[in-house]
Design a protein around this ligand. Sequence first.
Ligand code: K7E
Ligand code: CUA
Length: 769
Amino acid sequence: MNTFTIRAISVCSGLILGLSISATAWSASSLEQVMKQRGLTQKDILAAAKTYTPSGGRDEYMVFASGGQSGQLIVYGIPSMRILKYIGVFTPEPWQGYGYDDESKAVLAEGRIMGKDITYGDTHHPAISETNGDYDGRFVFINDKANPRIAVIDLHDFETKQIVVNPLFKSAHGGTFVTPNTEYVMEAAQYAAPYSNDFVPLEEFNDKYRGGLTYWKFDNDKGRLVQEDSFTFELPPYSQDLSDAGKGPSAGWGFTNSFCSERYVGGNERGRPPFEAGCSAKDTDFLHVTNWKKAADLVKAGKVKKQKGMYVIPMEQAVKEGLLYLIPEPKSPHGVDVTPDGTKIVVSGKLDSHTWVYSWEKIQAAIKNNRFEGKDPYGIPIIALNDTLHKSVNVGLGPLHTQFDSKPCVAYTSIYVDSMITKWDYCEGKILDQLPIHYNVGHLMTMEGDTVKPDGKYLVALNKLSIDRFNPVGPLHPQNHQLIDISGDKMELLYDMPLPLGEPHYAVAIKADKLKPVVRYKSGWNSRADEKSPYKSRAGREKTERSCDANGKCSVEVYGTTIRSHITPEIIEVTEGDTVSLHFTNLERAEDEVHGFALYGQNVQLSIEPGKTASATFLADKAGVYPYYCTEFCSALHLEMQGYLLVQPKGYKAKAGGLQAGTNYTEADYNKQVETNIATQQVIDQVVGFITSHNYQDFPTVVGLVEDATDQLGFAKGAKEKSEAAAAKQDWNNAMLWANQWWQYQVKTADLGLRAKTHLEENGAKKVK
Ligand code: K7E
Ligand code: CUA
């Protein structure tokens, strides 16, 4: 090494050292101050650094958490734990217009039970659609335990598209779980009940009450569940609990745990010990093993009969065809989870301290060799526990659910009674680590933890109680989701997030880059049916039609539009007794330019996203004045985005003379406005010059903005002509008002143009001319 190099290195390192000393000195003092002031430890700071997401930063994972009793789906990001959306699913949700516009009312109406609207849901288990056992980011399914329903949410726009009601069950806890290519969505009943809607006395419980497991057929092209092609396994009146679909070597099979295989019926008012005593009396319950592939073939071959519009495979037939087996599982289990490689099945007894790992190879061998220890009262063959067991591991008191790591053989189990997470090795059957949590964890979730390729990295404990974790808000506490770093050998708690919407039972996390949601719909789109709306309208084509039938019943159809900052039409005149249908198409293309539509006294609130057509139908049964307006603060003149629905009494005749003038304008007012408009036009020309001199066509966001701006500028031209025509007639009122409208369009053009310019600057657009 020559002297020059040595000197250069020492100069360099001196420089670096100097820099780092001064940087540390500066930040350490203030960081230390903050730590001292807020009582934070080094560990807290590390946790904060692992979760803090600076403004504009994105999360690595997206979570879909059940919203419990709210009947909704909660979307949040990991590691920031920032809530992004509550998706309306089984319950009306006004922000999204869900349950307030005709299109979404049709979805909710699919969920009626015996003619009744059910406007809540007890959502438990979301599932993301899979391709080859891996999340594909296309759909999310979620069940309603209280009313046996499943909803389909399309992830291209995060909207609920379909609700199906199980025609046979009276509750359904064990859904939703998908088969490896989303051929079927599993849904198991929980509380046994007759399949018919008739009264059946409890005295006939063993004979007439039934459990069940439905495999709902999913049409992957249409993105809808198809009841006609779905089938249900009739099952004994044991309380089927949760399910999981087999994968890899166990693909084609499903696993469903159960409790209360005692078939006990409580009834303290009849002097009987309660359900809880009789349902936990035996040492074991049953893991149900079902062969859905073979069952589907049987259905296809026309060998299965339908009941209430769905194929039902009676127990006798299932046994005869070798589709259904039982395996004892420890005391009142909760949850069943198939390992990522599909070779093992994990069940935990919640009144036991063990997880039980079953070997698929051993189960298969027993079935093949007809090695059964007996039959249950319904003739279903029982495979002996010892013939199938791989390991049983003492993980802690009250184990519930299990999730998997990216590291081979590593699993995490939630321990309800002991309030902790146990990390263990399911191949060797040994404990690796334990972490206490607050309090009473239910489900837990690792990143893509129920796929064939879990990502590990983070774990969320979905805790049932939050007790003293947050500022008190009365007797009803939020839930607490605790984020845990599982990348190292020891689990480390990073963050507590309150979830104040309902009790989220299960959640699923998907790599964020697998989701590609749209920012706008094709113009005139019925988003719920995913098709062009017959009620779509375009700028200048808005119309109102009134028609009456032979009985004198009249209806009014309004084909309207919304764009910054007016609703067309602004005056709607109908007659008392008319049925009114309002249809609005949002003409905007710019990202996030949503308009709302709220109408006094009619329970109408629409969310009209760019391109969407949303409708509201109601009976105008009382004459009166009904103001309406836009509910999204969409522009500087959002408050002026308003109008009147006039419900006129029958036989009403309009007053002569037209509307009263509010303010009178002069020629000077007009001239001043025109001056402003000319100055504004110069700003627009500059912005347009910037955009067109760059490769803006390479930026879809900017193309949308430019299209909107061009529209607005076109409207400005029309207003300018009207204003000039009025000025020529010295009608200064109209000249001034149209000149002002011309300016409004200019302002919106400029606003869009500036957004486009900023986007180009921030995303490194290139100069092309
Ligand atoms: Cu709450 Cu999966 Cu319904 Cu367990 S379930 S905790
Ligand atoms: Cu549109 Cu406010």
